[in-house]
Design a protein around this ligand. Structure first.
Ligand code: NZQ
Ligand code: ZN
Length: 389
């Protein structure tokens, strides 16, 4: 049975090879000054920067540059973005990049007119904005986070060794997002598969909670199968449009609030992964990959029937002659084989963690009680982290 819910996602999407043309429709809706947000320069090599700035020019916009957004954007960078936006009184924040640029744009959006410390207000006290919010648009170049169609922003505080995702309300969703799968062709394969695993994990976080038979879980299974299929194509053929487009579209639907409708959700893997990320600055999807299997093996007995369903519906495990526990374990083994095949079977050590970080990572793991099948004790968190080495 589905619980009661309200679903409203206000982000307009333009998808496909000519999606960038959508900027001609969207840009005239906003004032003259656009803060152009991008990362470390990949878009200057692959032509996306030139294509976007050409359209901005044709639309008569004044462009204020805000490059150098790092993967896992920091509070320090956020301050810089807010300063740029205030000094130039910008009318639109246009993020061109992956989840980091898009999250950063949202965090700037809620901070420009905020007279408090945004880190404290939004990410520590978890309050909602009470000020004007600058509109955000997004041109996506990396598929994974779903930030292009959601209301979440993740910011890292290096000094405090904390990485926190704040879920805002729908006013913070991008007003529009441009999704051209071809823009993802130039991603290094490590980034591609990290994004793939992030998508898969977003679905798992919403799927592995509750035991009901409902349409949200059925949608999740279809998305998981699509992501697995497309990933196995893209690792051999990075310019396969069909696979790239399926990955991009699945990423958006994996975390735009749809598949979580009417369900409880877990998010423990993300809590562990983000703590690991705060200590290592490792690529987000890989931090999730490092901790996932030890976590799922630990909680499997608490949610056995769902793990059986996962094995049968996602991994097509033949149940003949097997106990439920054996079916469930066979499902996790199939998932592990897939992770090895696409190259995300990594350990915490591979990501730069050292054993003396374990206590700190456990402290930085922000668990929410009663979300999944089992709320971890601190000893269990430590056990999972040790297992993930
Ligand atoms: O900085 P540049 O030079 O552009 O290079 C980027 C970056 O190094 C590169 N890249 C992006 N598009 C490219 C490309 N390289 C070549 N060709 C392209 N087309 O990829 C690298 C990673 O980019 P990033 O934006 O950091 O990756 P991702 O999209 O995975 O975003 C990760 C951030 O999003 C947060 C993560 O925690 C992390 O901070 N998340 C946001 C969520 C949300 N808003 O809902 C949920 C997620 O669970 C996640 O936590
Ligand atoms: Zn994620």
């Amino acid at each position: 049975m589905l619980g009661t819910f309200t679903f409203h996602n206000p982000t307009k999407l333009y998808f496909g090879e000519n999606a960038l043309e959508g900027l001609f429709k969207e840009l005239p809706k906003y004032g003259k000054t656009v803060q152009l947000i991008y990362g470390g320069g990949s878009l200057k090599k692959n032509g996306v920067y030139d294509a976007v700035t050409e359209i901005l020019r044709k639309c008569g916009k004044t462009v204020v540059e805000d490059g150098g957004v790092m993967p896992n954007p920091t509070v320090e960078k956020l301050k810089e973005g807010v300063r740029i936006a205030r000094e130039n009184r910008v009318d639109l924040l246009l993020a061109v990049g992956g989840g980091s640029c898009c999250d950063y744009a949202k965090a700037v959006a809620v901070s420009v007119h905020c007279d408090e410390d945004p880190w404290e207000k939004y990410f520590v006290r978890y309050e909602n904005p009470s000020c004007e919010i600058v509109p955000v648009g997004c041109v996506l170049t990396m598929a994974g986070t779903g930030s292009e169609m959601n209301n979440c922003a993740v910011i890292t505080n290096d000094a405090q060794k904390l990485k926190i995702g704040k879920v805002f309300d729908e006013r913070v969703n991008p007003k529009f997002s441009i999704l051209n799968p071809i823009f993802t062709y130039t991603l290094p394969m490590r980034q591609t598969v990290s994004g793939v695993y992030d998508i898969f994990s977003h679905i798992c976080e919403q799927y592995f909670s509750g035991t009901d038979n409902n349409v949200s879980d059925a949608l999740s299974e279809a998305l998981m199968r699509s992501v697995v299929d497309a990933s196995l194509t893209v690792i051999h053929n990075p310019e396969n449009y069909e696979a790239r487009s399926n990955i991009m579209w699945a990423a958006t639907w994996a975390l735009n609030n749809l598949i979580g409708c009417g369900k409880t959700q877990d998010w423990t893997v993300h809590a562990l992964g983000q703590a690991l990320g705060a200590y290592t600055d490792a690529t987000h999807g890989l931090t999730l990959a490092a901790v996932s299997l030890p976590y799922y093996r630990l909680v499997l007995p608490y949610g056995l029937s769902k793990f059986v369903r996962f094995a049968r519906e996602v991994w097509r495990i033949d149940p003949t002659g097997k106990t439920d526990s054996e079916i469930a374990e066979a499902g996790l083994c199939a998932m592990q084989d897939w992770m090895k095949e696409i190259g995300v079977a990594v350990s915490m050590r591979d990501l730069g963690a050292t054993e003396n970080m374990i206590e700190g990572i456990a402290d930085a793991t922000l668990l929410s009680e009663g979300a999944g099948y089992h709320t971890l004790t601190r000893d269990e968190v430590i056990e999972i982290l040790k297992e993930s080495f």
